[in-house]
Design a protein around this ligand. Structure first.
Ligand code: V47
Length: 381
C-alpha cells in the first residue's frame, strides 16, 4: 500500500477537492485499507447529510416481463411463450395502485420488459390511468433504456416522449439500465440495448426538462475497477453539466438464474468498498443509496457508515432481484427500517421521491404531507 498516496487523497477529501480517475483506481485496490476509505466516505456523507438516513414507503410495478432484449445478467425477463411470461391488465395495475395508497406508499417505481407486441400508447396509458386514479402517488418510471425503446416505437424524440409521459403523470425517472457504460463490458452483457451515450442523452434531456432522475451501476460481474471508475466519472461529468441526479445506487450483481450464473456474487467487502468509492468519487451527488434488497440487510446497515445515507424504501412486489436469487424479505415494515437505521447510530427520516421530509398524521396510511426540501440533502456539491 502506498501511504503517501492515501495521505494525498485524505487531504483532498478534507479540503473538498475532487478526486481524479487514478485516485479512484487506487481506492479500489484491495491493499488500500477499507476502514480508511470508509472513514473518508463517512466524512463526505456527514458533510452532506449529517446524521440523517433516508427511507421511503414505496412499491414496485413491473407491468410485463416479456422483453426483446436478452441481457445476460437478467433473471427477470421472459420470452413471449415462456410459462412465466405475463402482462398485467389495467385492472391489475389499478389494484396495485390502490394497494399502494392503502399501505401509505408515496412512490411507485415502474419498470419492465420491452414487450414487442405492446404499442407506445400502452406505456403512456398505464402512467395516465395510475396518475388519474392516484394523483398523490409519485410515479418514478421508465429507465433510459425504455425511453430509447419508446423512441423506436413512436418515432419521436426523447424530449417528445418524456413530455408525453410527464403530461400523463410521470414524476421522475429511476436510474436503471446504466449497468456498466464502458463498451468493452456493455458489448458483452447487453450489446443491443441503449449504449452509454444514449443513456446519458436521455438523462440530460430529462434534467433539461426539469425532471429529477437517479443513476445506478451494476457491479460484481465481468467488469473490473477501471470500468467502474470510468462509469462513475461519466456520471460525475453529466452531473456537473445538469445537476439533475438525486442519488446514485450501486447495484450488487445477483447471479442466480442468469446467463452469468457461474459468477459468484460480490462479497460484503466489495460492496462496502464500492459504496465508499462511489461516495468519494461522486462529489456532486447529494445522496448515495444502499439498496437493502440487493445488499442484504446487514451490509446495507453497515453501508450507512461507508458513505450511504439512504436505504431506499419498504419496497413491495420487487421481482427483478428476487428472480435472481435475492434472499432478502419481500417487504420491510417502517418499524423495522427505522430500527435498522437507529441501530446504525443514524436518525431515520421518511422522505418522498424528491427528498422532501414526509410528515405523517396519526392512524390513516394516506394521512401524510411533505414539508420543505430537506436542507442537508440539497447542498449538492
Ligand atoms: O438496470 C438486473 C439491475 C436494474 C440484476 O432509481 C440486476 O431508485 C443485480 O435500476 N443482479 C434495475 N442487478 C433496478 C434499478 C433500481 C433499483 C432500485 C432503485 C432504483 C432507483 C433503481 O437492476 C437494472 C440492472 O442493472 N439488475 N438484473 C441481477 N441479476
Amino acid at each position: 500500500m502506498n501511504h503517501g498516496r492515501l495521505e494525498t487523497i485524505r487531504k483532498k477529501v478534507e479540503d473538498g477537492e475532487r478526486l481524479s480517475f487514478d485516485d479512484g483506481l487506487f481506492l479500489y485496490q484491495p491493499s488500500t485499507p477499507l476502514n480508511e476509505i470508509g472513514a473518508l466516505a463517512n466524512l463526505v456523507r456527514e458533510r452532506k447529510n449529517g446524521n440523517l438516513a433516508f427511507y421511503n414507503i414505496n412499491t414496485h410495478l413491473n407491468p410485463t416481463n416479456v422483453c426483446v432484449y436478452r441481457c445476460s445478467f437478467c433473471a427477470f425477463r421472459s420470452d413471449l411463450r415462456d410459462a412465466k411470461a405475463y402482462v398485467m391488465s389495467d385492472e391489475q395495475i389499478l389494484q396495485r395502485g390502490q394497494e399502494a395508497v392503502d399501505s401509505g406508499c408515496t412512490e411507485m417505481h415502474i419498470v419492465g420488459g420491452l414487450h414487442h407486441q405492446k404499442k407506445y400508447d400502452w406505456y403512456v396509458h398505464l402512467i395516465r390511468i395510475l396518475h388519474q386514479a392516484y394523483p398523490r402517488l409519485h410515479l418514478k418510471a421508465w429507465t433510459a433504456v425504455e425511453i430509447n425503446w419508446f423512441e423506436f416505437l413512436a418515432q419521436k424524440s426523447i424530449r417528445a416522449i418524456i413530455q408525453d409521459m410527464v403530461d400523463a403523470g410521470l414524476g421522475s425517472m429511476p436510474g436503471g439500465g446504466a449497468e456498466i457504460f464502458h463498451p468493452e463490458v456493455r458489448g458483452q452483457i447487453c450489446e443491443h440495448k441503449a449504449d452509454a451515450s444514449k443513456w446519458v442523452d436521455v438523462h440530460r434531456t430529462a434534467h433539461q426538462m426539469g425532471l429529477k432522475t437517479n443513476a445506478t451501476m451494476l457491479y460484481g460481474h465481468i467488469e473490473n475497477e477501471f470500468h467502474r471508475v470510468d462509469h462513475l466519472v461519466r456520471l460525475r461529468e453529466l452531473q456537473d453539466e445538469t445537476g439533475g441526479f438525486q442519488v446514485f445506487i450501486p447495484l450488487a450483481f445477483h447471479p442466480d438464474n442468469t446467463g452469468l450464473a457461474h459468477i459468484k456474487k460480490p462479497s460484503a467487502i466489495v460492496d462496502l468498498r464500492t459504496m465508499a468509492v462511489s461516495r468519494l468519487m461522486l462529489d456532486n451527488f447529494p445522496h448515495i443509496k444502499a439498496y437493502w434488497i440487493m445488499l442484504g440487510i446487514g451490509t446495507a446497515q453497515a453501508a450507512l457508515a461507508y458513505g450511504a445515507d439512504d436505504l431506499d424504501g419498504t419496497v413491495r412486489h420487487e421481482l427483478i432481484y428476487h428472480d435472481a436469487g435475492a434472499t432478502t424479505p419481500e417487504v420491510l415494515s417502517v418499524e423495522e427500517i427505522q430500527r435498522l437505521i437507529r441501530e446504525a447510530g443514524r436518525e431515520p427520516v421518511e422522505r418522498d421521491t424528491l427528498y422532501r421530509r414526509v410528515v405523517r398524521g396519526d392512524g390513516v396510511p394516506q394521512g401524510w404531507e411533505v414539508t420543505e426540501p430537506i436542507l442537508a440533502a440539497q447542498t449538492g456539491a
